[in-house]
Design a binder for this molecule. Sequence first.
Ligand SMILES: Nc1ncnc2c1ncn2[C@@H]1O[C@H](COP(=O)(O)OP(=O)(O)OP(=O)(O)O)[C@@H](O)[C@H]1O
Ligand SMILES: [Mg+2]
Length: 253
Amino acid sequence: MSGPELDKNPGEHGTPLLELSGLRVFYGAIEALKGIDLTVGRGEAVALLGANGAGKSTTLKTVSGMLAPRHGEVRLHGERIDGIASHELVRFGLGHVPEGRRVFARMTVLENLTMGAYRFRRPDPDDLDRVFGLFPRLHERRKQIAGTLSGGEQQMLAIGRALMGKPELLLLDEPSMGLAPLIVEQIFDILREVNEQGTTLLLVEQNASEALQLANRGYVLETGEVVMSGPADTLLADPRIRAAYLGEHVEVD
Ligand SMILES: Nc1ncnc2c1ncn2[C@@H]1O[C@H](COP(=O)(O)OP(=O)(O)OP(=O)(O)O)[C@@H](O)[C@H]1O
Ligand SMILES: [Mg+2]
């Protein structure tokens, strides 16, 4: 291996883009994350899998500054970012597409995209072209009120809006949730393209099959702990993953 491929190997080459170490996060007395270690290398797509309540959203919210860890560290480019407010973190090149695709329902598609560029004085026309290139549907509907879009279109808008902030690292929380298979396919194709264009992805998904086909590596969370991690194809072939997340009936010791 040589050149850019090396950059996809955190630990072997330089500082990871994102590094979580010993992360413990509480809701009151409930310990939702019990010491998470996780890295994302520059240019990688990393999948975060796990059952309901495992702590996937909590992990993303902690990275994006919506929650503060009680113990442990979040580092971006090697710099501590835990404790920095989420609106500040946008300036550090962090984009978050939260659970439930929250768009500004009363604004048009174009206004939503413009809001995504709020950290700049005005939106970069090249970014708008990029988003419309990725999502031609959003271009067709640019004057439409976002609340009247279909679920799939709202998800596209939520991703497009995050891209308008020029994120180096994009956090996505279950982008396929509640969408028809054909739309899910489209969204994953676009995420693949976004990743190939150089944006690093940390992707939370229930759809383990799609997520691991897109990702370079993956982590599996169980009740606030990492129970498995490795290259995506290894995880995809693992009988425990196949049983738990791909609905296969296999014998597991
Ligand atoms: N606001 C909250 N107050 C109290 N407990 C919470 C809160 N949000 C989450 N939790 C608890 O923290 C744990 C982790 O929740 P989290 O939302 O991170 O899970 P998840 O993996 O994203 O699950 P899902 O697949 O359902 O989205 C769960 O036990 C959950 O009940
Ligand atoms: Mg969640």
